[in-house]
Design a protein around this ligand. Structure first.
Ligand SMILES: NC(=O)c1ccc[n+]([C@@H]2O[C@H](COP(=O)([O-])OP(=O)(O)OC[C@H]3O[C@@H](n4cnc5c(N)ncnc54)[C@H](O)[C@@H]3O)[C@@H](O)[C@H]2O)c1
Length: 413
């Protein structure tokens, strides 16, 4: 692959964010070097097998065949790039606080190889100040002497894996640079791959906006999860209530209840916000409450399912349908179904699971949908799950996805 092109982009992290960005950039005329420290993933990608659902093997193979894309574990390859984007995970540590160790190691990995006049962009989600106070100091300390002028910006990724409508190109991109030239260069770069680029005053505004977006989802999901419990206790179907409220043309946005929140964003990013608040001598109690309501939801769902089983059954059997954190993906990170299973087991239930997209989960394998059970819980509406045969067998279903309409034996959450 020739990397002498002036439009050479290096992307650190080739996962749900980095690989779709790479393919979007290839389409926009960039030559892309995908750096990832997970050797097996790099081999898989270079073999033409995509590890993420939104990118097909054909798309990947075509980019590789044209010589416009290659994955590597070699950080030194970023020397050829005029733009470097960082797309590594930003998880929580054991205390449920921000863990920037991967971000720091990515910054340390690229720093010694950065060429002069390179733009470095962080797309990873983090608290305000991460670019300026964590990434810039690491790179400034470790960069080569001759790389005197570097540019830095924050452009948080907004991708929604599995979403067929909104993608890299048509989702507006926020960009905040640490100075005017950084902002201009970041704007020009994203304009080459996105339809709309929105300049914001500082990287901190971009970082905070990303936390606000995902916290907005967290608290609204928590609200509707709490509301669900209030409605059920009074014999009201919460879905009817949400449909009714949703007829208001302004000032209301419908959210639906579910087993909880999962994935690498909604359960995690708001805790970056609560931690950041504490660092500033403040607290985000509203967000903390929302987090705890969502975290208790799997237990509530387990109790609702058990309430559907005849109390005379000695050791009930429950089949969980869908373990990925959302439909259409095989991603099980932070899936609330994990807590659901634990809650059922703690009630003495025999639990099995079925998910057409997930071959292995927490060291267990799926069962067929014909598994003999007392009740089934539809936790994630995965494509390929056919509930009709359960209904034909007379199995009762607790539908946590509001996707089964007017079928006998089905109760919505
Ligand atoms: N997944 C989403 O839906 C989504 C959406 C918007 C934003 N984000 C944010 O984007 C960032 C990346 O998330 P993701 O879902 O793509 O993660 P991911 O786990 O799918 O991919 C990250 C990749 O980075 C690699 N990696 C980890 N540390 C590295 C290092 N030091 N050097 C090189 N490679 C390294 C991993 O091997 C992995 O392949 C996170 O901050 C996340 O919050 C994710």
């Amino acid at each position: 692959m020739s990397v002498e092109n002036h439009k050479t982009l290096a992307i650190i992290g080739q996962g749900y964010v980095g690989l779709p960005l790479a393919m979007a950039a290839v389409e926009a005329g960039w030559t892309v070097i995908g750096v990832d420290n997970f050797e097996a993933k790099v081999s898989q990608i270079n073999f033409g097998s995509s590890p993420v659902e939104d990118i097909s093997d054909e798309q990947l193979k075509s980019a590789i065949a044209k010589g416009r894309y290659k994955a590597t574990t070699e950080f030194s390859s970023v020397a050829a790039a005029t733009v470097i984007t960082i797309c590594v995970p930003t998880p929580l540590d054991n205390n449920r606080e921000p863990d920037l160790s991967l971000l720091r190691s990515a910054a340390r990995g690229i720093a010694p190889h950065i060429s002069n006049e390179t733009l470095v962009v962080s797309e990873s989600t983090s608290y305000p100040g991460t670019l300026r106070n964590v990434i810039v100091p690491i790179i400034s300390e470790l960069k080569p002497k001759e790389s005197q002028k570097l540019y830095f910006a924050s452009a948080p990724e907004r991708v929604d894996p599995g979403n067929k409508t909104w993608n890299q190109r048509n989702t507006p991109r926020l960009v905040g640079g640490i100075d005017n030239e950084s902002e201009k260069r970041a704007h020009d770069f994203y304009q080459s791959i996105c339809d709309a680029v929105v300049k914001v005053a500082t990287p901190e505004v971009a970082e905070a906006a990303k936390l606000l977006e995902n916290t907005f989802r967290l608290v609204n999901i928590a609200l509707v999860n709490e509301f669900t419990q209030l409605c059920f206790a009074s014999g009201i179907n919460v879905q009817d209530v949400i449909d009714a409220a949703g007829t208001k043309p302004y000032g209301f946005m419908p959210f639906r209840p579910g087993v909880g929140v999962g994935g690498h964003c909604i359960p995690i990013d708001p805790l970056y916000l609560t931690w950041w608040a504490r660092q500033n001598g403040s607290s985000a109690v509203f967000v903390e409450f929302a987090d705890s309501i969502n975290r208790l939801m799997p237990r509530y769902v387990a109790e609702r399912a058990l309430g559907m089983i005849d109390t005379k059954v000695n050791r009930p059997k429950v089949l969980i349908l869908g373990v990925a954190y959302k439909p259409g993906v095989r991603d099980v990170r932070e899936t609330p179904v994990s807590e659901l299973r634990n809650a059922l087991i703690s009630h003495g239930v025999e639990v099995a699971w079925h998910d057409p997209l997930v071959p292995l989960w927490e060291d267990t394998t799926p069962v067929g949908i014909n598994w003999d059970c007392d009740v089934a819980i539809l936790s994630t509406k995965q494509p390929g799950i056919d509930v009709t045969q359960l209904i034909d067998r007379g199995v009762r279903i607790l539908d946590c996805t509001n996707s089964i309409k007017n079928l006998a034996g089905v109760t919505t959450l």
